[in-house]
Design a protein around this ligand. Sequence first.
Ligand code: PEP
Ligand code: MN
Length: 337
Amino acid sequence: MIIIMRSRVPQEQIDTVIDRVKQLGFRPHVSAGEERTIIGVIGDERRLDESVFDLLEGVERVVRVLKPYKLASRDFHPEDTVIPVNGTSIGDQKVVVIGGPCSVESREQVFEAAEVIKANGGTIMRGGAFKPRTSPYSFRGLGEKGLALLAEVKNTFGLAIITEVMSPEQVPMVAGVADILQVGARNVQNFALLDAVGRSDRPVMLKRGMMSTIEELLMSAEYIMSNGNEQVILCERGIRTFETYTRNTLDVSAVPVLKELTHLPVFMDPSHASGKARYVNPLARASVAVGADGLLVEMHPHPEVALSDGAQSIAPDAYSQMISDLRLVAQAVGRSL
Ligand code: PEP
Ligand code: MN
C-alpha cells in the first residue's frame, strides 16, 4: 500500500502517518520528494483497510499495490487451474459445453434432455432442483425429488451433474448427487453459503451477480478458496444495464479481464444473459471467440412447455446446430470442442 501525502504538508502530519503504520505492525518506507512525501507500507496489505490512513490529516490518496484476493489471483498461481470432472478437463484446451434444462421438471424431461446432451458429445448436464425465483409464486423446483431424478440421469447416462445449492444446510444433500455445485447469481455474496461450499470437496461453479463487479466476483471466489476448496469455476451470466431488449447484458470483456487476473476457468452463460433463445447461439459463438473455457446453456426438449426460463431455452435441434457452429469457432481460436 502506498500513502501519498498532499503537497507541502507539515512534518508532524507525515510523522503521524508513519507512527500509525508502525502501530499497525507494518514497516514504513518514506520517500520525501521536493513537493510531496510518499510513504510505502511494507507487509501484507490484505489485512489492512485503506480507510485507516485516508482519515489522517495530510493524506491525499491511498493506493493498494496487491490485489485484495490472493488464492484466486494469477500473481499467486500463474498456471491455469484445470478441474477434472467425469473424464472432462475444465479449464484446459478443450471448450466444455454444459447443457440442460433450467429446472428439473419430470423424469421424461430430464431423460430426453440427457439423450440430447449425450448425442452431442456432452459429459456434464445442468438442471436445477432448487430454483431461486424472483417471485415466490413461480415454480421453485422439485427439490429433493428433483435431485433424485438427477441421480437417475447420472446412473443411467453416465453424465456428470451440475445443480444449484441455495443454502449452507443444503450443501451435504446436494453434494450427494452433484458433481459440480452451482452457486447462483443471487447468492454470489451469500457468505455463509460460500463458506459452506468452500468446505465441500465438490468443484463449485460461481455465477457472477447481476450487480457484481469483477473484483467482487473474485472476492467471492476467494471466500470459497480460503475454506480449502480451490476448484472454482467462474461464470459470467450477464449483468444488469440500462438495456431492455435483452434480459441482461453479456459482459464479453469479463473473459479476457478474468483470464488475466485469475487462473480459474471462466464460463459464459448466454441463456441468462440474453433471455431469448434466438440470441443464445450468437452469444455462445462470441463467448468461445473471446476465450471462454466453457458454456452453460439452457436446453429444453420442449421449451414451449418449460416451467422456468422457456423463452431462453433452446430446443434440441438448435442445440446441435450451436455445437457444430462452436466447433468451427473453437478451431479458429486454436481450441477444440
Ligand atoms: C440458472 O442457472 O438457472 C440460474 C438461476 O442462473 P443465475 O443464477 O445466473 O440467474
Ligand atoms: Mn434458468
